[in-house]
Design a protein around this ligand. Sequence first.
Ligand code: NAD
Length: 246
Amino acid sequence: MPIRVSSKLESLLIPNTRVVVFTGAGISAESGIPTFRGQGGLWKDFRIEEFATVEAFERNPAKVWEWYRWRRDIAANAQPNAGHLAVAEFERFFEEFVLVTQNIDGLHDRAGNRKILKLHGDIWEDRCQQCGRTSLREPNQVRGLQPRCECGGWFRPGVVWFGERLPQGVFEAAEVRSRQCELFLAVGTSAEVYPAAFLPAIARQHGAHIVEVNIEASAIASLCDESLLGSSSQVLPALLKRLKQA
Ligand code: NAD
């Protein structure tokens, strides 16, 4: 897919540019994982309050676990797409790179990224409500209906629910990197979930060049320096081809 990039962006596609890639559910859409908003978005079929809040879990943990097990199954059967693979290549190319993701599906890890700040946790993690112990599950690992920790407490999914704080230190680290970066690439996010959605504005205030990759203009379109409209599985590999070795 041919893409048109500005001369400013072109000049930033070199190894020593400080880069933040910020991803949302859209990058995984073509791997078959439903987004929250937009076409086919999960919130059209499910009410947030019934599945993704502490209150919902306290009211009916089995129901919430059932929903997360369903979402784990979808993630387990999905494969990283060309967009994820391009982001993994970016990590290898740029010397100062960090991936800040709102996604919980694990596809960035599976694509090969290691420098990841997960703002909203990880769907593969179980976290004990009592002692806070976490354990990572393998895709498709079968568990009891309501998994229990050694300490006797109940495990919950290790994700951030609506109204909850982000994992300690993770947003702060993302904020620092957003302030320091020269290129901030926002990919497949509606930029409607806060505080994550503050990051593009923070990067902008500190002088970064902001580029959006999305199938349609998102809430942050007006603060972006340029928008590369199209699917991330096509736009990111096209951008990869434009990287210039030093
Ligand atoms: P969102 O659902 O609010 O928005 C998705 C965005 O992706 C939209 O702007 C849409 O236009 C865009 N998009 C859809 N298909 C695309 C494609 N092929 N290429 C490029 N862009 C595309 O997603 P969000 O902003 O990440 O919302 C935040 C919340 O959704 C996060 O808290 C995240 O944890 C959660 N979430 C994660 C997953 C996942 O891990 N895959 C899935 C659903 C929701």
